[in-house]
Design a protein around this ligand. Structure first.
Ligand SMILES: [Fe+2]
Ligand SMILES: [Fe+2]
Length: 215
């Protein structure tokens, strides 16, 4: 977990430096835009479509994760990030318009798989257990890392295309993804993982028994 945080922080520093350096060098960059129509611009727009699909699905998934989490701390973390994710959707829509495109989506298979994994965790861990929270945190961090990798790559491409304003907007989102990743690490390490480790087989068996009776 600690390694995870360190990696994200490094990525953040790299992208912040790149955006700051570029925007600092070009006073008028906010109003400048390349008229590139090459394959890299097409790839950039495709990346935006992929991320918009992912962020829209995450708004729904985070609600389910909040409802399924055991502790108030994790429920609050999911709730806060759901609100941020709604802003991420709006920012992506703005970036589309900056690029002269109408916002649209393309199914992101990677995010669909990560959301499916989170749903499987909810089904396979006992309701009300700390083990569920420990597992949900890992599922959420996999999502954050996918987003960080995607936004990080698109920011660099935006800078390459001289789309500095788009890079600036995307950078605001990556900072929130990185902070969320760090917050989740903190919650896991402060008490959830330890409490999950204290849970014994009986807790799970009781829940399984209850599930079987319901079935
Ligand atoms: Fe996001
Ligand atoms: Fe996120």
């Amino acid at each position: 977990m600690a390694t995870t945080t360190k990696t994200s922080a490094t990525a953040s520093n790299r992208s912040n430096t790149a955006v700051a350096k570029t925007t600092g060098n070009k006073e008028n960059s906010a109003t400048e835009r390349s008229d590139s129509t090459g394959p890299l611009k097409k790839f950039f727009i495709d990346g935006l479509k992929d991320l918009l699909w992912a962020e829209e699905k995450l708004v729904e998934a985070l609600q389910k994760m909040e409802d399924s989490a055991t502790t108030t701390e994790l429920k609050d973390a999911f709730s806060d990030h759901q609100t941020q994710t709604q802003t991420h959707v709006k920012r992506l829509q703005r970036v589309f318009r900056m690029m002269g495109e109408e916002p649209s989506t393309k199914r992101c298979e990677a995010m669909a798989g990560l959301i499916k994994e989170a749903e499987h965790i909810i089904q396979s861990t006992p309701e009300g257990s700390m083990t569920r929270d420990a597992a949900l945190i890992i599922a959420a961090q996999k999502v954050e890392h996918y987003e960080i990798a995607s936004y990080g790559g698109l920011i660099q491409i935006a800078l390459t295309l001289d789309e500095d304003k788009a890079a600036y907007v995307l950078n605001k989102t990556i900072e929130e993804e990185e902070q969320t990743d760090e917050d989740l690490t903190y919650i896991a390490e402060s008490f959830i993982n330890f409490s999950a480790g204290e849970e014994d087989e009986a807790d799970s068996n009781e829940d399984e028994g209850a599930e079987n009776e319901e079935a």
